[in-house]
Write a protein that binds this ligand. Structure first.
Ligand code: MV4
Length: 478
């Protein structure tokens, strides 16, 4: 086992990793940039080292991070999610430097980062994929492939992922136009203009399987998470298990996810994402070679500490569970509490938290990085905390989450809490059959304020009057 781990991240995930390390008896080193000097992940670790430049570049400069790890005598680096977590060059540099990367091999990271290569690898393994094309070299090739696949067709970037550079087209005409735009976007976003086509799956669910693997050929899955409640590819609410999968479907998807992992000699933990259509046909979408934000809800229903296991597996320990040891118990929901204003197009809402009171009690878990008086910096991802609720039944989990949201007080900045309070009352959410277009369709209804609105106008008038008087007053003084 390692002795000391450098946590190459910030925010809630840095704290989550530090907690796992402490329980494993490992020393921890945090890194931070100048703009993050008051961040909680600094004081939670045994040591903290300033990296430059801020606010973000220091977290991305993996060569500097490896130098810092060497200097601090850390024997492993945990990248968390985002930042350098899926940069195969970083994983490779760790391999070269003789510092353990808490993740799979750089070649597995690389293979899954290239979406075309991922499709090829998975095709070879017999993993079901959305019908699609290889890279389309020109317009004629694209038109021919589209004819074979059948409209509607999605144009996707070879280097894409996370929804960037995707384009939906319904006809030859739209394909011709869309192709040029998609190429330009892909070039701009990824420095690679290669695109390919896929059959568009109408109103899919986004369901992903958590897997765990050691270096000795053992691979298991920890069931699924339904992440369909999202907006513009930012997940907002995740649940486990999915309310639509049968035990047989879960097993089938789990088996396929294991096959996918085996195909690339995967080890540590990872996630295989699927699109699931209305008839519960499922298609491989991509594989995430890192810990994910929503790993928490799988921990809650399985009782397995995924981050601890990830570290053990990275250190070369054998898997401690067999598939039949994994049991699912009850239902878990996670709400991502973001510093954003859902009523204003999810506009970022950084600033000082003037009051903070978190919920608690049976079945509640919070992973966060904020406190009363903390100034949320404007530079980073808006995630403040992850609020999770567990219940023996789905209904109990939903009611418990609603209760926890009611208890939650965050003042001084806008958050997604009011949105979730409304959403949890929605019948369509409560029945669990929602798909990925749910949020976009419901956002108006869920952010419509029915009681307080008329009063706001009076507050506004009073404030205007106050400022007006103040203005005259100060003018008189000069
Ligand atoms: C699709 C799709 C429908 N058909 N591909 C979005 C994220 C990116 N990784 C893939 N995405 C999609 N690919 C085909 N062939 C619909 C989506 C999609 C989506 C997928 C997962 C979660 C949310 C989504 C929201 C909109 C579209």
């Amino acid at each position: 086992m390692f002795k000391k781990i450098l946590v190459a991240n910030r925010g809630e995930i840095a704290i989550r990793i530090i907690r796992a390390c402490k329980e494993l008896g490992l020393k921890t080193v945090s890194i931070y940039t100048e703009q993050d000097a008051n961040a909680l992940h600094i004081s939670k670790a045994d040591e903290a080292i300033l990296v430059k430049p801020g606010p973000i570049a220091g977290y991305l400069d993996y060569e500097q991070i490896i130098r810092v790890a060497r200097w601090a005598e850390a024997d492993a680096i945990h990248p968390g999610y985002g930042f350098i977590s899926e940069n195969w060059r970083f994983a490779h540099a760790c391999e070269e430097a003789g510092i353990a990367f808490v993740g799979p091999t750089s070649s597995a990271v690389r293979a899954m980062g290239n979406k075309i290569r991922a499709r090829e690898v998975m095709t070879e393994a017999g993993v079901p994929l959305v019908p699609g094309s290889p890279v389309v070299e020109d317009e004629n090739a694209a038109l021919a492939w589209a004819a074979q696949i059948g409209y509607p067709v999605m144009i996707k970037a070879k280097a894409g992922g996370g929804g960037k550079g995707m384009r939906l087209v319904h006809s030859d005409e739209q394909l011709r136009q869309g192709l040029a735009i998609a190429r330009a976007e892909a070039k701009k976003a990824f420095g690679d203009e290669a695109v390919y086509l896929e059959k568009f799956i109408v109103q899919p669910k986004h369901i992903e399987i958590q897997i765990m693997a050691d270096r000795y050929g053992h691979v298991i899955h920890l069931g699924e998470r339904d992440c369909s409640i999202q907006r513009r590819h930012q997940k907002l609410i995740e649940i486990a298990p999915s309310l639509v999968l049968t035990p047989e479907k879960r097993e089938a998807m789990g088996e396929i996810a294991i096959t996918a992992a085996r195909q690339i000699d995967y080890h540590t933990v990872g996630t295989v994402e699927f699109l699931v259509d209305r008839d519960l046909n499922f298609y491989f979408l991509e594989m995430n070679t890192r810990i994910q934000v929503e790993h928490t809800i799988t921990e809650i229903i399985t009782g397995i500490d995924i981050v601890q296991e990830q570290i053990r597996l990275a250190a070369g320990e054998p898997l401690r569970f067999r598939q039949e040891d994994v049991r699912f118990w009850g239902h878990a929901i996670q709400c991502r509490i973001n510093a954003e204003d859902p009523r204003n197009n999810f506009f970022p809402s950084p600033g000082r938290i003037t009051k903070y009171q978190s919920p608690g009690g049976i079945g509640i878990r919070i992973d966060g990085c904020v406190f009363g008086g903390y100034e949320v910096p404007p530079y980073f991802d808006p995630l403040l905390t992850k609020l999770c609720a567990w219940g023996l039944t789905w209904e109990e989990a939903v009611n418990r989450m609603a209760r926890a949201l009611d208890e939650y007080i965050i003042r001084g900045i806008k958050t997604t809490i009011p949105l979730y309070k409304k959403l949890l009352q929605d019948e369509e959410f409560r029945c669990g059959r929602y798909t990925t277009e749910y949020m976009e369709r419901k956002i108006q209804e869920l952010t419509y304020e029915d009681v307080k609105e008329p009063f706001d106008i009076y507050y506004l008038a009073a404030a205007a009057l106050f400022f007006e008087m103040n203005y005259f007053y100060t003018e008189g003084q000069e």
